[in-house]
Every structure is written in C-alpha cells, then in structure tokens.
Design a protein around this ligand. Structure first.
Ligand SMILES: Nc1ncnc2c1ncn2[C@@H]1O[C@H](COP(=O)(O)OP(=O)(O)OP(=O)(O)O)[C@@H](O)[C@H]1O
Length: 320
C-alpha cells in the first residue's frame, strides 16, 4: 500500500468525477445512479447531504464504505484513496446505516466488542463503556438487543459506528421514524461529536434537521450535485420574497409594462419575486397600479429550505 497523500491538509471527504452505473439485470435495465459527481466535505463540518428518494445518496455512501464498487472516479476519506489506501480509508470512517439490522442474540456490550474486534481495535484502547454511556445505553449493556426499543437500537447503531473512533461519521437518515425526544438527544450528541472535531455527514429528509444542525449543505438530484454551499448562503436565498397579487380581473400573462420584473402568473395571481431590504414593496405596488391593474388581494410569501429544495430538485413553481 502506498501512502502518497497528505492527509493532514486534505478534506474529510473528496469525491472527484465519481460515477456509478448499476448493471442491467433480468428485471431492470442498467441504471446510472451517480453521474461523475465532484464533492468536497471540509474537516470539522456538519454536512447535510440532501436529496429526494433515489437521488444517489446511499450509492455515494455505500461506495465510501466499500459496499458498492464505483464505476469511475476517485474517492478519498481524510486524504486516503479508497482504492489504493483502502485500510486507512475504512478506518477513517464510521457509518450509521438507515436500516436497523442487528444480531438480536448479542447484548449491546457484546455487539460493541465484536465490532471493535472487526476493526482491530486493541482491547486496551476500547472505549465500549464510555460510548455506551454517551449514548445513554450503559444500563442496557447486558440486555439482549431484541429487548431494546427502536430508539435504543438506533443509538446502538451509532455507538457501533464509533468503536474505532473514526474522524468522519456518516449518519444515513438518523432520525427517520424517531420520536421528538430521541431526535433531540441525537441532535445533541451530533453537536458533542462535532465539538470534539468529528466531521459529521448526515443524509436526511427532514430539512428542518439540516437547518438546525448542518453548516454546509449539498443537494443531490438524479445523480448530480445541484447545490453545494454553506447553510448561511443557502438560507440567504431566503432574502427572496414573493409578492402574491390577486387582481380583480383574471390575468393570463404578465402585463408588458411589468416585463422587466421577475414575475409569473399562477392560478390567475401575479407573483413578483423581490429581495427583502433591496426592493421596495411600495415601489412594486405602484408599478402594478401604473400597469393598470387593480388589486383585489395581496400577500407576501417567504421561501424556506423546503422551497429551495423543491425548486432545485423538482423544478417546482417557486418563482426565481
Ligand atoms: N443495487 C442496485 N441495482 C440497481 N439499481 C440500483 C441499486 N441500488 C440503487 N439503485 C438505483 O440507483 C438510484 C439511486 O439509488 P440510491 O439508493 O443511491 O438513492 P438514495 O438517494 O439513497 O435514495 P433513498 O433516499 O431512497 O435511500 C435509484 O434509481 C435506485 O433505484
């Protein structure tokens, strides 16, 4: 194994031209799940990888964990190439899977010890009790996994992913189907890991979760990265507002006098996009009146991360 990279200067994750095409089977034609994606995840970030079902998130994660072979491109974890420095790359990452599939005949303590053995963590360096304690499972250390609640099993999955103290932790849909209290606990623990310097990557369908936790967000859609920016930049798109005007007479097209505005007609309403703090709503209303429209009703709408997400992934009707 050659170790030519310079891990200390490298990002936590670096994907360059990463592609995956699943081969055709009797039941389905070949499917390209990733179209040469480039993605850099900085060290120490809490990074949200968002995308609708089937976008390619699991494929990307499974390539990093070695479950799926890529078709082309390069993937590095903490600077270690998954092809040429496989062992170091694997040791650098912990993955908490979506599915709760566990051997029910082990206790949490035994499950942790087995996992530590799998990663070759020497007995003296194991932190089994410390990790179980951090995840609120110490009092269940000797219970059978089958006796644990769904939330406890999920926490045990996180505990197992931490046995080798990986600098990068990937949580695949960590709070799907989890109650509010457990979600809050998991969020708190993610913050603790973050404060300790762990790079945390999470996939989630809950945009609220990404908004609360992540400092950087990438959106993947049909195997392509369609946005990748800091959360603040993504949220600053929210300076955009929509002025929704219901005219007294139904409109089919934007009046020519308003053609220079960012405006569309939807369900007979005139929707004008503007920037809060930059454009004057009074000025816009005067323009509308000068165009000869009389206003029956009006309101302003604010896009949120959900709108931005839909706009980027479904070409939704949020005006830009
Ligand atoms: N083993 C496989 N064989 C063939 N096609 C696959 C395989 N695994 C995934 N795909 C296809 O590749 C595409 C991407 O799937 P992937 O599971 O990576 O998406 P995802 O973003 O993780 O979705 P989800 O949020 O539903 O888990 C989908 O069209 C999926 O049907």
């Amino acid at each position: 194994m050659t170790e030519t990279s310079s891990p200390s200067a490298s990002p936590a994750i670096e994907l360059i031209g990463l592609s995956k095409t699943y081969a055709a089977s009797k039941k389905a034609p070949a499917k390209t799940a990733l179209h040469g994606i480039d993605l850099t995840i900085p060290r120490g970030s809490i990074f949200g990888l968002l995308g609708p079902n089937g976008a390619g998130k699991s494929t990307a994660i499974n390539i990093l964990s070695g479950l799926v072979n890529k078709t082309a491109g390069t993937a590095r974890i903490m600077g270690y190439d998954i092809d040429t420095e496989t062992r170091l790359a694997r040791a650098s990452i912990g993955i908490v899977p979506q599915e709760i599939a566990m051997d029910v005949f082990f206790t949490p303590y035994q499950a942790m010890e087995l996992q530590a053995g799998y990663y070759g963590v020497p007995k003296a360096e194991r932190r089994t009790e410390e990790i179980l304690d951090a995840l609120g499972l110490l009092d269940k250390r000797d219970a059978y996994v089958r006796q644990l609640s769904g939330g406890m099993k999920r926490r045990l999955l996180i505990a197992k992913a931490l046995v080798h103290n990986p600098p990068v932790l990937i949580l695949d849909e960590p709070t799907a189907g989890v109650d509010i209290e457990l979600r809050r606990q998991l969020w708190e623990y993610v913050q603790v890991l973050h404060q300790r310097g762990t790079t945390v990557i999470l996939t989630t369908h809950y945009l609220e979760e990404a908004e609360a936790l992540c400092d950087q967000i990438a959106i993947i859609h049909q195997g392509r990265i369609v946005a990748n920016e800091s959360k603040d930049t993504m949220l600053s798109r929210m300076d955009k507002r929509m002025l929704v005007i219901t005219p007294t007479e139904t409109l089919d097209t934007v009046p020519a006098a308003l053609a220079d505005l960012s405006a569309v007609i939807e369900d007979g309403n005139l929707i004008i996009s503007y920037l809060k703090g930059t454009d004057s709503v009074t000025g816009l209303l005067n323009r509308v009146k000068d165009a000869g429209l009389s206003i029956a009703d009006l309101r302003t709408d604010q896009p949120d991360l959900e709108d931005i997400f839909l706009q980027l992934t479904y070409g939704s009707d949020v005006p830009t």
